[in-house]
Design a protein around this ligand. Structure first.
Ligand SMILES: [Zn+2]
Length: 126
């Protein structure tokens, strides 16, 4: 699968970054929930079941952007170390992760990708 999963993940993080920035408006502050109401800074909307209001507020754009940056740092650490194909080095005859040495794509990358399994561009055959 080489770098297909990494390319896919970077595209999803780019999409989410753009959406979070569009929702940030003028950077007025943090989204919060109060009972059935969510304060989106620019507007308050009521009538949500309280758990859903809390869930929506959890997706405050600034928090989402911090989470995306954390995922980008994980991606930057888990880099493909391609097989070298040298018969003298049989342990080097597979693609693996430079960070943890696990077969490529490593478990951390698969975990990062797992929320997107229903995306139409999700690379199959990982
Ligand atoms: Zn890894």
């Amino acid at each position: 699968m080489s770098e297909a999963l990494v390319t896919f993940l970077k595209a999803r993080l780019d999409d989410e970054t753009e959406l979070a920035r569009r929702c940030d408006g003028d950077g007025c502050g943090r989204w919060s929930a109060h009972g059935d109401t969510v304060d989106f800074c620019e507007v308050e909307i009521s009538g949500f079941p309280p758990a859903i209001a809390l869930h929506l507020a959890l997706h405050d754009p600034a928090r989402v952007l911090r989470e995306i940056e954390a995922k980008r740092r994980v991606l930057a650490r888990h880099v493909l170390s391609p097989a070298v194909g040298d018969p003298e080095l049989p342990w080097e005859d597979r693609d693996d992760c430079q960070f943890d040495g696990d077969p490529w794509p490593c478990g951390d990358l698969l975990d990062l990708a797992s929320p997107y399994v229903d995306h139409p561009d999700f690379p199959r055959g990982a």
